[in-house]
Ligand binder design. Structure first.
Ligand code: AMP
Length: 276
């Protein structure tokens, strides 16, 4: 595996691939890699000749300095993880190099003021700004994103439609621990007790969803969701609601919906979404 830290070096390797008409799959990550990232890499390896993974903790998408500084970083492990998963190139540029020519923030206009965008103002501006840089540097054929960050996936889908028409977006279902919770880099910040509480919460959420009829309309289901959350012991709630999984509206029945939630355990913000 090649570990490349600067753009010009990366581009000379990539142009050799492009000259050979290799299909390149790209997996963007913020590191602290886990089996969710592993699945994205696996799918990229299946669908392309070469796979490139980036590790970049993007300061522009964090609303607080503390959250950015305490985001899990696990370099040695990540290198081994990429080697074990047979990644071809690991791209790990510095923030200075990525933002040196242009600091302008792009302005996301899609799926605004709802879900995470309502509670993390500017977060998705930071996400598309950095992806714009990486997409134009790497020029891969395909790019891989997880359903775990579903609103992000929808926003990126639109962004690619608008600006990178020849890039194929491949979405990958959420990978979960046996106990049901999704793999997430942020889980590393939870204590044992918080992890157990989170697992218990997730089980109750699944049972709650299971108790509802698929023909129920989303609006009514959300009244029930509010009642359900009143009896849950969580530290802070951003949102817990069903939405249509095509346009993220409240229109339709549960069989067309996903349940989206963002909750806190201590200071750790945890998000997930479940297809009904
Ligand atoms: P992150 O490093 O958290 O920015 O995530 C990088 C990519 O991995 C994003 O496309 C995420 O949606 C995806 N991802 C994170 N966790 C999971 C998971 N449990 N299952 C599938 N994909 C995931």
């Amino acid at each position: 595996m090649l570990i490349i830290k600067d753009i010009s070096n990366l581009q000379s390797y990539l142009s050799a691939y492009q000259n050979r008409k290799y299909s390149i799959g790209y997996v963007p990550t913020m590191g602290a890699l886990h089996k969710g990232h592993g699945e994205l890499i696996k799918q990229s390896k299946k669908g392309n000749h070469k796979t490139i993974v980036s590790i970049f903790v993007n300061e522009k998408q964090f609303s607080s300095k503390e959250d950015f500084e305490t985001y899990p970083r696990n370099k040695g492990f990540d290198y081994d993880f990429c080697i074990d998963n047979e990644v071809d190139i690991l791209f790990e540029p510095s923030s200075e190099e990525i933002f040196k020519n242009d600091q302008t923030l792009l302005n996301n206009k899609n799926f605004k003021d709802i879900l995470c965008d309502k509670f993390r103002r500017g977060h998705f501006d930071g996400v598309i700004t950095v992806l714009d840089k990486f997409f134009s540097i790497i020029k891969s054929n395909k790019v891989y994103f997880g359903e775990k960050d579903y609103q992000q996936l929808k926003i990126i889908e639109k962004f690619i439609e608008e600006k990178y028409k020849s890039l194929d977006l491949v979405s990958v279902p959420t990978q979960r621990h046996e106990e049901g919770i999704a793999y997430s880099s942020r889980n590393e910040k939870l204590s044992k007790k918080q992890t157990q509480d989170f697992v218990d919460f997730h089980k109750k959420v699944k049972n709650f969803i299971g108790s509802l009829e698929g023909s129920l309309d989303i609006e009514t289901a959300n009244e029930k969701a509010n009642d359900f959350m009143k009896s849950q012991d969580i530290d802070k709630l951003d949102y817990f609601e069903f939405r249509n999984d095509t346009d993220l509206s409240f229109v339709g029945t549960l069989s067309q919906a996903r349940l989206f939630y963002a909750i806190y355990k201590g200071k750790v913000r945890l998000i997930d979404n479940l297809k009904v």
